[in-house]
Design a protein around this ligand. Structure first.
Ligand SMILES: [Zn+2]
Length: 470
């Protein structure tokens, strides 16, 4: 329920901290509650635009969603520019705060994932539909609700936030952010900030806010095993000469121990997570068949967020339908290794290659080709900006936020960290465990979204009481 107390006044026994300017803090909870109908209406208008950024889709829709985003930001008091650097358009909005106030960059993206099969949706993909507490439709959460959270925070402050606000809304996050480095380089001065709020992640549960503080990195490599100079008859030579596919199977089997933990020596790993999944729910979400064990050790969250994971994502070997009675001379496999946040990807690649070379069975020749890699990420978990975010979340939800990780990598977060090494990075989000971002029946939990909007408005208020570093 929304707290609708009147704004604090001079008669309070314990007056609230005074922001820059000496005026009393506005009652943002009441203000945000009043704003929500218009915020939701604007979210619906934005989510109606099918702004899929993948190459096979009409880029005109991505342009339209950039334009609509620009309109919304301009109406919230921002000076707005639609910019491109060879890819889909991004939107930069700027609102000046009081002199000397810190600068906060608010990130979201206006492009969305493809809809998938219409038949899998219970409501129209591009016509946002409210059912109970949830608003269904592609982009209603990921990440058009992130845009509207920024808009709501600006509106809550009447377009005059207590900090300098830069809003940066990207148009190709779902397609890999190819032109993001160029955009960041080209607009470095306009985007410079003391703190960065990336509203593109998830909360832990309905009623439990979260700050995303770690992301795993990834390393991909192709390993080739060669046993023979040419294929030979399995009846004539089988039993004395090894084949490459069997050798590959034995090699791949060394990558995990019996419990399923990654067995590559020297990789970083940590088991320090403060929350954990319900195992039955996790099994159901993943579609694990009855009787199939979960693998690894430690909390499931550490297995997903802070320990390495290794998956064989492809094997080139003779197909079953075309199999001849032949000892295969060579076999290739592609490996995807998720690495602990903070692990150097080059070092991880080196360790993986060393493991594969050292464990080749029967003297077969092993060649490892690094494919691509990306660093994970660890945000600072203290400092004035993080403290302000924790306090704002606690105030909006009435319960302390938890620190969560993401098992996948989000390259653009690393791009920002590289571009603005001095800025505090706060990864927030509008999603909850049932959001189904990228899937059919994506939805936003509306009461929770009000808390997201309030938390961001409160965060700006608190950051206005924080001096920039240095
Ligand atoms: Zn997203």
């Amino acid at each position: 329920m929304t707290d609708r107390r009147a704004p604090a006044d001079a008669h309070d026994a314990t007056p609230p901290a005074q922001p820059v300017g000496g005026e009393p803090r506005p009652d943002l909870a009441a203000i945000v509650a009043d704003l929500m109908p218009s915020v939701l209406a604007d979210l619906v208008s934005l989510a109606r635009i099918p702004s899929v950024s993948l190459p096979a889709f009409d880029p005109g829709h991505v342009r339209a969603s950039a334009d609509r985003t620009a309109e919304l930001l301009a109406a919230a008091g921002a000076r707005v520019e639609v910019v491109t650097a060879g890819g889909h358009p991004a939107v930069i909005g700027r609102v000046e705060g009081p002199p000397g106030a810190p600068t906060v960059l608010l990130y979201a993206h206006h492009d969305v994932q493809p809809p998938g099969d219409d038949a899998d949706w219970d409501t129209p993909v591009w016509e946002p539909t409210r059912v109970g507490d949830r608003l269904y439709g592609r982009g209603t959460a990921d990440d058009k609700a992130g845009i509207l959270a920024h808009v709501a925070a600006l509106r809550a402050h009447g377009g005059r936030p207590p900090v300098n606000v830069v809003v940066f809304v990207e148009g190709e996050e779902e397609a890999g952010s190819a032109s993001l480095p160029a955009l960041l380089a080209e607009h470095r001065d306009a985007l410079a900030c003391d703190a960065l709020v990336i509203a593109d992640s998830a909360n832990w549960a309905i009623g439990t806010p979260a700050l995303t503080t770690t992301l795993r990195g990834n390393v991909r490599a192709v390993v080739t095993v060669r046993a023979l100079s040419h294929g030979v008859h399995s009846g004539m030579f089988g039993g004395v000469v090894p084949d490459a596919v069997t050798a590959m199977c034995r090699l791949l089997a060394t990558l995990h121990d019996d419990a399923g933990s990654v067995a590559v020596a020297g990789l970083e790993s940590s088991d320090e997570t403060t929350v954990d999944h319900d195992e039955a729910q996790l099994r159901a979400d993943a579609g694990a068949l009855p009787g199939v064990d979960l693998i690894g050790r430690g909390s499931t969250t550490s297995r997903l967020w802070t320990q390495p994971a290794l998956t064989v994502i492809g094997i080139d070997a003779p197909s079953v339908d075309e199999a001849a009675n032949l000892l295969s001379p060579a076999c290739r496999a592609k490996l995807s290794m998720r690495i602990a946040p903070g692990q150097d990807p080059d070092e991880a690649m080196r360790l993986l290659a060393a493991h594969l070379s050292a464990h080749a069975p029967w003297g077969v020749h092993v060649e490892v080709e690094p494919e691509d890699s990306g660093a994970g990420f660890v945000t600072a978990t203290d400092g004035p900006y993080v403290e302000a975010a924790r306090a704002a979340f606690a105030q909006a939800w009435g319960t302390d936020p938890v620190d969560v990780g993401i098992g996948g990598s989000i390259p653009f977060i690393s791009e920002f960290a590289e571009a603005f090494p001095g800025a505090a990075i706060l990864v927030t989000g509008v999603e909850d465990p049932d959001t189904r971002a990228h899937g059919a029946n994506e939805s936003l939990h509306v009461p929770e979204f009000e808390k997201v909007c309030l938390a961001e408005a409160l965060l700006l208020q608190r950051l206005g009481e924080t001096r920039p570093r240095g």
